[in-house]
Design a protein around this ligand. Structure first.
Ligand SMILES: C[S@@+](CC[C@H](N)C(=O)[O-])C[C@H]1O[C@@H](n2cnc3c(N)ncnc32)[C@H](O)[C@@H]1O
Length: 196
């Protein structure tokens, strides 16, 4: 099941709250540092960044961050939270991730693509993950965090991926590590290194 929303619907979701900003737990960050290893100078895309809470966290690690979201309202709030000093390494782009691009992001230019609680909302997940691999440098990492549908009440099932969908996220990637975080699963995907 997938509840397709338009950009305007996402604007409304972000305006009324609806709990779209997923809490960042200490456990998530401990595992993120261990399995992803963010660091200064890394070029990062936060795909479906919402109001930018995780983009801000990535900025605190010293990364050069571009948050992408379809919702102008989410980005308005994300930009409002930016301090002047952050703007050199943290920017936001409005873009529909169900389409190609955005043109600002070049192939093989990115160290890490974060997709936190967004993948279940995209129309064609395989297409997006293929796009993410194209953005990544060889050996670059995709961080996918998603609710597990089987762990959600029926009314919220659209916000998660089914176990069988999570199991195939690693198709086309060089390697993958999966772990659980409450009702969510994290899959850390590594783009194959093209070097022999
Ligand atoms: C559940 S929220 C997650 C927000 C944030 N990543 C977090 O962890 O709190 C899903 C986000 O995906 C965005 N989104 C949904 N469809 C999108 C699309 N086609 N292109 C870009 N962003 C999209 C929504 O606007 C929303 O901000």
């Amino acid at each position: 099941m997938n509840v397709a929303r338009t950009a305007a619907e996402w604007d409304r979701v972000h305006t009324v709250g609806e709990g779209v900003g997923r809490m960042i737990s200490a456990e998530e960050l401990i595992k993120f540092r261990r399995f992803v290893g963010p660091g200064p100078g890394q070029v990062v895309i936060d795909a479906g960044c919402g109001k930018g809470a995780f983009s801000q966290q990535l900025w605190r690690y010293g990364c050069d961050v571009t948050g992408i979201d379809w919702s102008a309202e989410a980005l308005r709030r994300a930009r409002r939270a930016l301090s002047g000093g952050q703007k050199r390494r943290l920017r936001y782009l409005q873009h529909d991730l169900n389409t190609d691009g955005p043109p600002e992001v070049e192939s093989s230019s990115v160290d890490l693509v974060v997709c936190r609680f967004s993948l279940a909302h995209l129309g064609d997940r395989e297409r997006f993950l293929s796009q993410a691999r194209d953005w990544l440098k060889p050996g670059g990492i995709g961080y996918v965090m998603t609710f597990v549908r089987e762990k959600l009440p029926p009314r919220a099932a659209h916000a998660g991926l089914a176990e069988e969908e999570i199991a195939v996220l690693d198709r086309g990637w060089g390697s993958a590590v999966r772990y659980g975080l409450g009702r969510a699963a994290v899959v850390v995907l590594r783009r194959a290194d093209l070097a022999p």
